[in-house]
Design a protein. Structure first.
Length: 159
């Protein structure tokens, strides 16, 4: 199985800049996460954006959809910010013939306490077992992008 990974930014890729005294979206972290876990599955990473998901525009979502639609891979993983992940997932649901899983993190992958590593591994496992369709993989659960919501008070996704 060959997996295509598209990265869009979000908290998973954030880090703290002491020069700017702010969190910034940095280089994609998913390759480091997968190498650290010694993942042997064949994958290819294509960065699309380095944005917080609240900064993604409708044009950006269209680019994501077109990249996924025209890529030959049948199994696609997308790292995405959590605030608008479901919205992008709903847009991707128009694509047929592929299994697409979106995941992200509440805390950056570079932090000591993070859900990023677990979420990426869980999403990759889900991608290998789910039928064609579009899914969100967060907090150890699989969600339909049309019915999921982010619970800000609990810092988790719910169906």
């Amino acid at each position: 199985m060959h997996v295509k990974i598209f990265t869009t930014g979000g908290s998973l890729d954030k880090g703290y800049s002491s020069h700017e005294s702010a969190f910034l979206v940095l280089e994609p972290q998913v390759d480091a996460v997968l190498r650290e876990a010694n993942v042997t599955l064949q994958y290819e990473i294509e960065p699309l954006f380095r944005k917080d998901s609240l900064e993604l525009t409708e044009e950006d979502r269209e680019i994501i959809c077109e990249k996924v639609r025209w890529d030959p891979a049948k199994h696609v993983l997308i790292t995405h910010g959590t605030d608008t992940m479901a919205l992008t997932g709903e847009r991707l649901s128009r694509i047929e013939g592929k299994t697409i899983v979106l995941t992200g993190a509440m805390q950056p992958a570079s932090f000591k306490q993070t859900d990023a590593h677990f979420n990426v591994g869980f999403a990759l496992a889900a991608l290998q077992t789910l039928p064609e369709g579009v899914y969100l993989a967060m907090n150890g659960r699989i969600f339909d992008p049309g019915t999921v919501r982010k619970n800000l008070a609990m810092d988790r996704f719910e169906g």
